[in-house]
Design a protein around this ligand. Structure first.
Ligand SMILES: [Zn+2]
Length: 609
């Protein structure tokens, strides 16, 4: 089962997959595969519990049927994490599978997925608090309280959260295999992730280092330096996972696709993909820059499949733009919960951000911290509201207050995307309250891998829907609740989100640079991403093909790889994802720090097929 919203499992197996498990032809045993449909799974999950949720909401809040309907109609960002594990368990329970192998989304969102059992238990707690008033009333009016269907649903959610939590932290029933690349940045990300996994009591049973370069036979300008850089990274991996089971898989010349190729990969290591492009005409960085940065550009987004190197590309591009346009105030912003920006620049960054060089500022969003801050702010507002509005005494005020505080405590799914979008608003949209001009001229955005990038881009609209629903309810109850600061805050945020939505779809102000590698599986996902962006009317800029072997290859393997890669580029263009391409060479060791990134960006070449 793949739980990554940008599914690649079907590409790897070379079959079309849906949410319904499909039998895969194998020589022995029985193998089934499916790609999770999160929206479908959530509807199914909600539908079965909807009557109970409605009863609980009516009992525990002041909302009426109309209000509750309004919330049931809203789309929920972050559903992939919310229902991912629940759905995997449902599939596993449906049929007698002996083992379920889950292909997860890249790092940051996988940590969110694995933290979901705790969230389920929190949801059960909130629902329980909503029921508390009803229980209290029944007891004081009718004596004994009789449990009903609503209590059963709350118990079931609590049980589900608890058993999922037990499952993912049980090393006997659940084994986590960490897959990484033999590169410095991947090592840094993996170390952070293993700490994060430890915090939610998930242990890593095994580490697979993928796409390692085989030792070159003679001297080769292409794979020689790469091999030495990887050797260093492999030593760091051995140090980072002492006593762990680390397997190294050599990159193959042809990316493994289909059952036969995958079987071979499982059996023994083979060899990878790195190629040269024949017709690349070198152009100076000025040429690349003008194509990438039209005058008046506000937002330059970098996105693509995990492992293509978009963070390094975003960081290097930001430095190149700063060099060409020294008068611009540039913010490099990372919204991938598994931040790599600090690793790319080789300095500590974090949520407060820091100056990289004059005119360039970098920041890594910490959604949890931002959420806590906002929560504190609203907690006070809610306390004030209750103090003023329930002055004197009403016997049930304590229950109401608990419910509202609970709701404020419950982190919404899609937290990273929500705060990512709010940070963009802060950087780019001048506000009537704060300032006349925006703090930055240009934001270079390092996004999370594909699936979550699409979610981020849809976020301004989904957040607006929620704000409108909240405002409608506030307005409806304005005779009980005074509108005050909260309503004003919501209105202002709605205005800003709308403005951001307009910037996102304006080709003069926004360009999305799809970062890719010239390899089969990456290409398939790249083409889908390009189509999804076109459908969402997000203006695409040039496609950046990273990690090409532009150095003259000497060994036979590199020469073969060069041809494979050139073929992949031609396919990218034919499939509509590469009308213009910017080619970035693989360099070893990978560029790290301001100087190395700037130098690297100067070697990028425009490729006009
Ligand atoms: Zn070579």
């Amino acid at each position: 089962v793949s739980t990554d919203p940008a599914h690649s499992l079907g590409d790897a197996l070379a079959v079309r997959l849906t949410a319904k498990p499909r039998r895969i032809r194998t020589r022995r045993g029985a193998l089934f595969a499916s790609e999770l449909d999160a929206d479908g799974a959530l509807s199914r999950w909600l539908e079965a519990r909807e009557p109970a949720f409605r009863t609980i909401a009516a009992r525990g809040t002041y909302l009426d049927d109309e209000d509750i309907d309004r919330f049931f109609r809203l789309s929920l960002p972050g559903v992939d994490e919310l229902v991912g594990l629940v759905e995997v368990m449902r599939l596993a329970g449906q049929s007698p599978y002996d083992r379920v192998i889950v292909d997860t989304a890249p790092t940051g969102h996988t940590l969110r997925l694995l933290a979901m059992p705790a969230t389920l238990r929190r949801i059960a707690e909130v629902l329980g608090d909503m029921q508390a008033k009803h229980r209290f009333l029944s007891e004081s009016l009718g004596g004994a309280y009789r449990r009903d269907a609503a209590d059963a649903v709350i118990d079931e959610i609590e049980r589900e959260g608890k058993s999922l939590q037990a499952l993912v932290s049980d090393p006997v029933r659940c084994a986590f295999t960490w897959v990484m690349l033999p590169e410095e940045m991947s090592v840094a990300e993996s170390k952070d992730a293993v700490v994060g996994l430890g915090e939610i009591r998930v242990s890593v049973a095994r580490v697979v280092v993928n796409r390692a370069t085989p030792e070159p036979a003679g001297t080769c300008a292409a794979c020689g330096p790469r091999f030495s850089a990887e050797k260093k990274a492999l030593r760091a991996i051995a140090d980072a996972f002492p006593g762990g089971r680390v397997s190294v898989v050599e990159g193959r010349e042809e990316e493994p696709r289909g059952v036969a190729a995958l079987r071979k990969l499982g059996q023994k290591s083979a060899v990878g993909v790195r190629v040269e492009v024949g017709s690349a005409a070198p152009v100076g960085v000025a040429g690349s820059r003008t194509r990438m940065i039209p005058e008046g550009l506000k937002l330059l987004l970098f996105g693509g499949k995990g492992g293509v190197g978009k963070t390094s590309c975003a960081a290097a591009a930001a430095l190149a733009v700063a060099e060409a346009m020294p008068e611009k105030r540039i913010l490099v912003l990372s919204v991938d919960p598994a931040h790599s920006l600090a690793d790319a620049f080789g300095v500590v960054i974090g949520d407060d951000g820091r100056s990289i060089e004059p005119g360039v500022f970098a920041r890594e969003i910490d959604a949890n911290r931002l959420f806590s801050a906002r929560r504190e702010k609203y907690r006070e507002a809610v306390d004030e509201l209750f103090d003023s509005f329930l002055r004197g005494s009403r016997f049930d005020a304590a229950y109401d207050r608990a419910v509202v505080q609970d709701l404020i405590d419950l982190a919404p799914p899609g937290l990273d995307e929500l705060f990512g979008v709010l940070a963009l608003v802060d950087a780019l949209i001048p506000t009537t309250r704060k300032a006349k001009t925006a703090p930055y001229d240009l934001v270079v955005l390092d996004t999370a891998p594909t699936g979550h990038t699409l979610r981020l881009l849809a976020m301004p609209e989904s957040a607006l829907e929620w704000i409108h629903a909240l405002l409608a309810i506030l307005l409806k109850y304005r005779h009980v609740v005074h509108l005050g600061d909260l309503a004003e805050d919501l209105l202002e945020t709605a205005r800003e989100l709308k403005a951001l939505g307009e910037v996102l779809r304006d080709p003069r102000r926004t360009r999305f640079v799809v970062v890719t590698r010239a390899a089969e599986l990456v290409r398939a996902e790249t083409v889908r991403l390009a189509r999804a962006l076109d459908e969402a009317r997000i203006p695409r800029g040039t496609t950046l093909v990273n990690a090409l072997t532009l150095a003259k290859p000497r060994c036979a393997r590199c020469k073969r790889l060069t041809r494979t890669e050139a073929a992949a580029l031609a396919k990218l263009r034919d499939e509509g994802a590469g009308a213009t391409m910017l080619l970035a060479p693989a360099v070893y060791p990978p560029p790290r720090g301001r100087q190395a990134l700037s130098t690297w960006a100067r070697t990028w070449k425009m490729h006009a097929p």
